[in-house]
Design a protein. Structure first.
Length: 382
């Protein structure tokens, strides 16, 4: 890694060459507050693609990470998004800049040392990602084991086996198509390409947290906004949608006070798992005829981005709602700009099976089933 680039605190006479410093340990909360040309300091190992795209929209002058951009656990996509867009990436692993710098102060890249910056280049990134790909087999085993361990916990099994206390909604979801929108990788592009589906089917739209702002920007007002309310704007909370705050299973709800302070009526939904899981469960349990997911986690790298603690609940929820769930990711690669609804839903349903296939393959009966299928396929070519 290239060394020798340093930064110093700016002098009064050189303010024109200094950069505003913005610090945030939660990248996705920091990104919407950034202005172009700032120097961003994050604390984000294995930067994921969604967080990288949010940072890219702010067009920062450079990004300094107090953690490795790629730890080697799996080949994460975030750093490439930024490097290919021309955003310089630096690392200071083991150096806690949050105790040294102040949010909003000004610094400049300099030849005088305050701290060494290690530059991440595309060739170096490729070397790291190649090493990470070799670790996928072990990571997949831990991935499956973690999910099965979660099934041993009563509160997690409840996601599959019990309905639980559902909130009373003003919005009727029974017998309707429900579009669940999460601010995941590629969600904006997929939304733009679902215009025909929205026009033909008129689904009930559930926005998960900050996805509400993206929908409003496209001229689509969600009927429900569901989440812990840590990344949605006040304007979106006041848009007229029904607000459902995702609470912990024990009833605690950090987002409730914020919504009530805006004078907006709140409905609580206490359940385990993520807000994405809660939205899918709510649509399913309230009788949705079909659930179309946009921006949700649907492949291995998505689940690894979440970390093992969040993967299991998403797997379990997809196992439960899978008979009604289709996934919108990647539709634009199969169709033109505005695919029609009928063939669209057929192809979407194929991607929704991914978590079920991976989980089944990790079990003994799944391995035996695959061996039988493989034997049958070979026999066809004899």
């Amino acid at each position: 890694m290239t060394r020798g680039q340093w930064f110093t605190r700016g002098k009064e006479k050189a303010q024109s060459h200094t950069l505003e410093v913005r610090l945030g340990r939660r990248t996705k909360a920091l990104a919407p507050t950034l202005s172009p040309g700032c120097l961003v300091v994050i604390d984000h190992p294995d930067l994921d693609a969604v967080a990288a795209q949010m940072l890219l929209r702010a067009r920062p002058a450079a990004i300094i990470n107090c953690q490795p951009f790629v730890t080697g656990r799996y080949p994460n996509r975030g750093p490439r998004v930024l490097l290919e867009a021309g955003i310089p990436l630096y690392e200071l692993p083991g150096c806690d800049l949050f105790g040294v710098l102040k949010d909003g102060e000004r610094l400049r890249l300099s030849d005088r040392r305050l701290a060494d910056l290690e530059l991440l280049t595309l060739p170096l990134l490729e070397d790291r990602l190649e090493a990470a790909r070799k670790n996928l087999d072990a990571e997949l085993q831990r991935f499956a084991q973690n999910t099965l361990q979660f099934l041993e916990k009563p509160e997690e099994r409840a996601l599959l086996l019990e309905t639980g206390a559902l909130p009373t909604l003003k919005t009727n979801l029974t017998g309707r198509h429900v579009l669940v929108v999460v601010r995941g990788e590629g969600y904006e592009q997929d939304l733009q390409r679902l215009t025909s589906y929205l026009r033909e089917q008129k689904p009930a739209v559930i926005a998960v947290d900050g996805a509400a702002d993206a929908l409003l920007a496209l001229g689509v007002r969600p009927e429900l906004v569901l989440g812990d309310m840590d990344s949605v704007s006040d304007a979106a909370l006041r848009c007229g949608a029904e607000i459902v705050v995702h609470a912990y299973a024990d009833g605690r709800s950090p987002g409730k006070e914020r919504v009530e302070a805006l004078g907006v009526e709140v409905t609580l939904f206490p359940t385990a798992g993520t807000s994405e899981d809660a939205a899918l469960l709510l649509a399913y349990e309230k009788g949705a005829d079909l659930i179309v997911a946009v921006g949700t986690h649907s492949n291995l790298e998505d689940f690894l981005d979440k970390g093992r603690g969040g993967m299991a609940s998403t797997f379990l929820v997809r196992l439960k709602v899978g008979s009604r769930l289709v996934d919108a990711r990647g539709v634009s690669r199969l169709y033109g700009k505005h695919p029609s609804a009928s063939p669209l839903l057929f192809f979407l349903s194929l991607s929704a099976l991914f978590p079920v296939i991976v989980l089944a393959a990790s079990t003994e009966w799944g391995k035996n089933a695959w061996q039988l299928i493989n034997f049958w396929l070979r026999s066809l070519h004899r």
